[in-house]
Ligand binder design. Structure first.
Ligand code: 13P
Length: 251
């Protein structure tokens, strides 16, 4: 049985003081989460302060992006070596990185190798666009993203994958739980063809895209949906801790 992970991607929202306040509120309201791994992904600037606040709590901290190199002439970038002092998770290949900043599967693959080397736990994001789905290309797109992102990666242990269909992100139109289950199942199959089914049976595969407290239970009722990556609904402490509460009650 795979671990259940509930993760908050704040994207480019919250100043440092707003982020501190949100973390404090989450810490006040969070239910006991023994059965669920909780991770928050604030913007880079808020990470050092957030690291101090979450210390000793059940909240884990991650970065929304990382460069593949440890250091060098990469103006504006942040490396895993720099992040590892503050956080333990990193998001890789989010569709906003892919579509707005030109990240390719090959670059996601390099970042994955770099993150693993520095001991960060990656959440690798994949997902099709609406035009892919309309043309019946979802399976192809997802299998290719997995194959290319995991090229030459030796072990799957400690890696999390998130299926985030681009058309469901920030739109209020989530995928149906059945569609999420179908794609997560094929992600597991594709990973199993690389790493073997025993290893991959323990890999958390999340769903992301318009997840709220109203639909989280339906997603978590599916055997291959092992948690959620939440954007908009994670920007307030009530919504996020309610999602956590529901997830904990179900596991
Ligand atoms: P929303 O929950 O706002 O749709 O965002 C999902 C997402 O992109 C999380 O990474």
């Amino acid at each position: 049985m795979a671990e259940i992970v509930v993760a908050a991607n704040w994207k480019m929202n919250k100043t440092v003081s707003e982020s501190d306040n949100l973390i404090k509120e989450i810490l006040e309201k969070i239910p006991p989460v023994n059965s669920v791994t909780c991770v928050v992904f604030p913007p880079f600037l808020s990470i050092p302060s957030a690291a101090g606040l979450i210390d000793g709590s059940s909240v884990n901290l991650g970065a929304q992006n990382v460069h593949s190199a440890k250091n060098g002439a990469f103006t504006g970038e942040v490396s895993a070596l720099m992040l590892q002092d503050y956080c333990s998770y990193v998001l890789l290949g989010h569709s906003e990185r892919r579509l707005l900043f030109g990240e390719t599967d090959a670059f996601v693959n390099e970042k994955l190798a770099g993150a693993i080397e520095c001991g960060l736990r990656p959440i690798v994001c994949v997902g099709e666009q609406s035009s892919d789905r309309e043309s019946g290309l979802t399976e192809n797109v997802i299998r290719n993203q997995i194959k290319n992102s995991f090229k030459d990666i030796r072990a799957i242990n400690n890696i999390i994958v998130a299926y985030e269909p681009v058309w469901a992100i920030g739109t209020g139109t989530a995928a149906s739980p059945d569609d999420a289950e179908d794609v997560n199942k094929l992600i597991r199959e594709e990973l199993a063809s690389i790493f073997g089914s025993e290893q991959v049976s323990k890999t958390p595969i999340l769903y992301g895209g318009s997840v709220t407290e109203d639909n989280i239970a339906d997603f978590l009722s599916k055997p291959n949906v092992n948690g959620a990556l939440i954007g908009g609904a994670s920007l307030n402490s009530e919504g996020f801790t309610e999602i956590l509460r529901i997830a904990c009650n179900l596991t």
